[in-house]
Design a protein around this ligand. Structure first.
Ligand code: NAD
Length: 253
């Protein structure tokens, strides 16, 4: 059911939150747009400006790796300046109140952790762009380590341990999904009684399967997104409004 207006949507969401004992939020890029980080698919989003570099291309081509790192460093002022928005803060308040055991996110911006979620309670389906990893041995690197070498040589550095390419710790198209995160997200979707999809176009799979799984496992499903999604018909409540406006009332003091 689509909320007739923002106010009634917020009211119904408030009732559902009060009635729920285990809430699992599932977030996408839309929760971070008010923090200055563009999403993928809105007009002016990242997708419209840069074709994503698939994983096999990153592995096969030094030029692709250089381009991937050039883009990442070009985005750094935006990621570095971003602070949690009203959506992040509202979810952090519900987490502190014991209503949310963990959050499932497609985002890579680390803002749920910054807003107060323990790292263990953020299930990152697509990884995290605030640090890097070797794609061979998994060795973690600070972005500063990569940048220093990139600036000095103009080339994306390889791992100091095993010589394989170093990549942001994100999951690219064509890259295997992180098994443990997928398993935890599956359990959370099956165990919650309220699942809230926030700011996701729900077109990136397998991540988009989690709202469906939660609904099929008996949870109520809420979708908060300013444009329609393919799963709106499944949802108990659809709030087609701005995320900050919708979740702002739940931020608390
Ligand atoms: P998406 O870009 O496909 O969809 C975002 C949705 O949020 C769109 O439908 C858009 O209309 C909506 N939206 C944007 N701002 C909103 C607002 N203020 N209020 C209400 N709705 C709003 O994003 P996705 O579904 O997360 O999938 C894209 C992939 O891109 C993800 O896998 C993610 O890893 C990656 N990504 C992450 C970030 C980030 O970490 N912040 C940013 C861009 C892309």
């Amino acid at each position: 059911m689509i909320a007739s207006d923002l106010r009634s949507g917020v009211e119904q969401l408030g009732d559902m939150i009060a009635e729920a004992s285990v809430i699992v939020p599932f977030t996408g890029a839309g929760i971070s747009t008010e923090c200055g980080i563009p999403d993928f698919r809105s007009p002016g989003g990242l997708w419209t400006r840069n074709r994503p570099i698939p994983f096999d291309e990153f592995v096969a081509s030094a030029d692709a790796r250089n381009e991937a790192w050039r883009r990442r460093f070009a985005m750094e002022p935006i990621f570095a300046a971003a602070k949690p928005g009203r959506g992040h803060r509202a979810l952090a308040a519900l987490y502190k109140a014991g209503k949310i055991p963990a959050i499932v996110t497609q985002n890579i911006d680390n803002l749920h952790q910054v807003s107060g979620f323990a790292g263990d309670h953020v299930v990152e389906l697509h990884g995290n762009t605030t640090y890097a990893r070797c794609i061979g041995c998994g060795q973690a690197y600070d972005l500063a380590w990569v940048k220093q070498r990139f600036d000095a040589s103009g080339r994306a550095p390889d791992c100091a341990v095993c010589d394989e390419p170093v990549k942001t710790a994100t999951i690219s198209f064509g890259q295997a999904m992180p098994e443990q995160a997928m398993q935890r997200a599956t359990e959370l979707a099956q165990q919650c009684d309220l699942f809230v999809a926030i700011g996701s176009s729900l077109v990136v799979w397998p991540a988009a399967g989690f709202p469906l799984l939660a609904k099929n496992s008996g949870a109520r499903l809420v979708i908060i997104n300013n444009e329609p999604t393919e799963q709106d018909d499944l949802a108990d409540l659809v709030i087609r409004h701005d995320i900050g406006e919708t979740l702002g009332p739940f931020v608390g003091n």
